[in-house]
Design a protein around this ligand. Structure first.
Ligand SMILES: Nc1ncnc2c1ncn2[C@@H]1O[C@H](COP(=O)(O)OP(=O)(O)O)[C@@H](O)[C@H]1O
Ligand SMILES: [Mg+2]
Length: 411
């Protein structure tokens, strides 16, 4: 194999060959809340808060089965490697948050790459980075996204940078958690004494760095997106997508004023049933003017593309004191509980059924592994791309260029 061919081989997702055509055997991989697991004695009290209920898995399986596929559920625990080798699914629907370590959301994708089993959504590197809010912000800042000033503390005696000293109150949270873990009203610190206490608590309790940010006092939004550059070629609903391959879902606004943790959408607030006392207000579509809506959509799509996210993500954005909208974090494994998870509220508001959402994630994922024929092959040979994908971005790791897609699906 000459070096050009070798390069092309390396760019393909590592899929088993030959690639099966539908119907498939689909394994849903997740970590379940009540599953018996061995937690270390020093695990923080909210460990597992972002794990799924078994009912959510049943909903996902039900949606996938409506299109004729078979499904199984496999718990993403230490037995996963053996269970996968035994069952050899055609593709995995991955929502596993991971058991531990510094990149737990990347554990399952890494294993699937090793076993060469196709799977949905973002790949290893993106899932590892997106769990780490500091790294995510560094990458966004490098690509000129408007992130709020921040500093990460690995040790509590590191000096606070002058640009943050000027900005009290500050906000302190674990650098690598989700679902509001480690976030309550004490996350807002008004002076250096409170800051040191909170940083100490996060480092000790969560066994990871503390991320300190400027407090963002404004309205809070979360913005889901689906798609990728060639999504319309493979989607069952090509009409959903813009020219750039994005589907920008209606913006969801969290009204934190009525929440158990006023002004913060933390663990306690997220756990409340929608509409109950103490739950934040969920406004979707958010009552934003067209200019702000456009900005929020643009930022969420840029945040997704710049991080190399694939097919689905949700980005949190909170307005700063000047009314500007800095993104604060991205979820590449957004919750998928029907009528409850933020992304599902957004697809509901857009008139997309839960079944269509799940099948879309499955088919967009499968198409990246050569398991689906494109709707129409490009009519003329495409000009060799001189610009990387997405303008100045580097190519998404799991997204072959259209030219290569044609080769994959015909060869
Ligand atoms: N810099 C900040 N300023 C004000 N509130 C914040 C800031 N960062 C986070 N929050 C609040 O804390 C919540 C949880 O923080 P977030 O970074 O989104 O982590 P999680 O992954 O736990 O959702 C946010 O939804 C928001 O309400
Ligand atoms: Mg969040």
């Amino acid at each position: 194999m000459n070096s050009t061919m070798q390069d092309k081989e390396n760019e393909k997702p590592p899929s088993s060959t030959p690639r099966p055509s539908p119907p498939w055997r689909v394994a849903v991989l997740a970590n379940i809340k009540e599953h018996d697991r061995e937690l270390p004695p020093d695990a923080p009290p909210d460990t597992g808060a972002d794990y799924d209920y078994i009912e959510t898995i049943d909903h996902i399986r039900g949606a996938i089965e409506t299109d004729g596929h078979q499904t199984i559920f496999i718990q993403a625990d230490r037995n996963l490697p053996f269970a996968l080798q035994e069952s050899r699914p055609d593709i995995c629907f991955n929502i596993a948050e991971g058991l531990g370590g510094d990149a737990r959301e990347a554990l399952t994708p890494a294993l699937l790459e090793l076993l060469q089993i196709p799977y949905t959504g973002s790949r290893v590197l993106t899932n590892a980075i997106s769990l780490d809010k500091t790294l995510t912000k560094r990458i966004w800042r490098d690509r000129r996204l408007p992130v709020a000033p921040f500093q990460e503390f690995t040790f509590n005696d590191e000096p606070l940078r002058p640009e943050l000293i000027r900005h009290f109150p500050l906000f302190v949270k674990p650098a690598r958690e989700g679902t509001g873990m480690g976030v309550d009203t004490r996350a807002i610190v008004n002076n250096e004494t409170e800051l040191r206490e909170r940083v100490e608590y996060i480092i000790r309790m969560y066994n990871q760095p503390a991320l300190v940010e400027v407090f963002l006092p404004g309205r809070e939004f979360t913005v889901g997106v689906l798609g990728r550059r060639d999504a319309a070629l493979y989607s069952r609903h090509p009409e959903w997508y813009e020219k750039d391959g994005s589907l920008r879902l209606p913006v969801l606004e969290l009204d934190n004023s009525r929440s158990v943790t006023p002004s913060i959408y933390g663990l306690e607030a997220k756990a409340q049933s929608i509409g109950s006392e103490g739950a934040p207000g969920y406004l979707c579509p958010a009552p934003t003017d067209p200019e702000l809506t456009r900005k929020l959509h643009h930022l969420a799509w840029r945040a997704h593309v710049v991080l190399g996210a694939l097919d689905v993500s949700r980005t949190d954005i909170r307005l700063d004191a000047e009314g500007q909208p800095p993104p604060t974090e991205i979820y590449t494994l957004p919750g998928l509980t029907p009528d409850y998870s933020d992304l599902c509220l957004q697809t509901n508001a857009h008139g997309i059924s839960y079944t269509d959402l799940i099948l879309e994630i499955l088919y967009l994922g499968a198409s990246r592994w050569g398991m689906i024929e494109p709707r129409q092959a490009p009519s003329a040979p495409l000009k060799k791309r001189t610009e990387p994908l997405g303008g100045s971005e580097k190519a998404d790791p799991g997204k072959p260029e259209a030219l290569k897609l044609a080769a994959v699906t015909t060869g």
